[in-house]
Design a protein. Structure first.
Length: 189
C-alpha cells in the first residue's frame, strides 16, 4: 500500500479482535512514529506499551477516576464500575499511552512539541493500517486527569496526549464521509 492510499483509506477502528499482536509489528509502528516531524529535533514523544496484564495500569487508573466521581455506593456497585472501567483498557490487545515531553518552559515550544507528538500518533495510525491492523486514538477527560499522570509516572514536564488502541480488525465499518477540502479551504492569492 502506498502512502497516498494509506492516507485515503485509513479509518479509526475501535472494534478489534483479542488476538495478540506480534511485538515486531508494534516495534515497526513505534519506529515509524519517531519519523514524525518535530521542531528543533527535540523528539518529544514518549510511548508506554501495554499488553496482557500490563493493561491493568490503565484499567486501574480508569477505575480510580470513575470511582472518584461517585459517593455512597454499595460494594457491588463499586465492583460493577470497576469491571466496566477495566474493560476499557482491554478493548484491544495492545494499548499505547503517548505523552509529550517538553524540552523547555516556553509555551510556544511546548505547543510545537505537543503538535509533533500528535503527528507521531498519526504516523502510528497510518503504520498500523499499512500493516493490516486496526487502530484508534482515544483521549477523553480521564486522559488528562492527575491520576492518569500518576499511573504512567509522568514528570512535571510531560503531558499525556492520548491512547492508541491496536489490534486486528474485528469488522469492517462503513467509511464516514468527509467534507470536501474546498469547504474548509481558503486560497490566499
Amino acid at each position: 500500500m502506498d502512502v497516498l492510499e494509506a492516507i485515503h483509506t485509513r479509518q479509526s477502528i475501535g472494534k478489534v479482535k483479542s488476538d495478540p499482536v506480534d511485538q515486531s509489528l508494534i516495534e515497526q509502528i513505534l519506529e515509524l512514529a519517531t519519523r514524525a516531524p518535530n521542531h528543533r529535533h527535540t523528539e518529544p514523544w514518549r510511548f508506554y506499551v501495554m499488553t496482557g496484564a500490563g493493561r491493568e495500569v490503565l484499567g486501574n487508573a480508569y477505575t480510580d477516576i470513575a470511582l472518584e466521581k461517585v459517593a455512597n455506593l454499595t460494594e457491588k456497585d463499586r465492583a460493577l464500575i470497576a469491571e466496566k472501567q477495566k474493560e476499557k483498557a482491554e478493548r484491544a490487545p495492545v494499548v499505547i499511552a503517548v505523552a509529550a515531553a517538553y524540552s523547555s518552559d516556553d509555551e510556544i515550544q511546548q505547543k510545537e512539541e505537543r503538535a509533533a507528538t500528535h503527528a507521531a500518533i498519526e504516523n502510528m495510525l497510518l503504520a498500523a493500517h499499512g500493516l493490516g491492523l486496526g487502530a484508534i486514538w482515544r483521549t477523553g477527560e480521564p486522559a488528562y486527569h492527575p491520576r492518569m499522570r500518576e499511573a504512567f509516572h509522568l514528570e512535571d514536564y510531560e503531558d499525556l496526549v492520548g491512547f492508541v488502541y491496536i489490534g486486528y480488525p474485528d469488522s469492517q465499518k462503513d467509511r464516514q464521509p468527509r467534507k470536501p477540502f474546498s469547504e474548509v479551504t481558503k486560497w490566499l492569492k
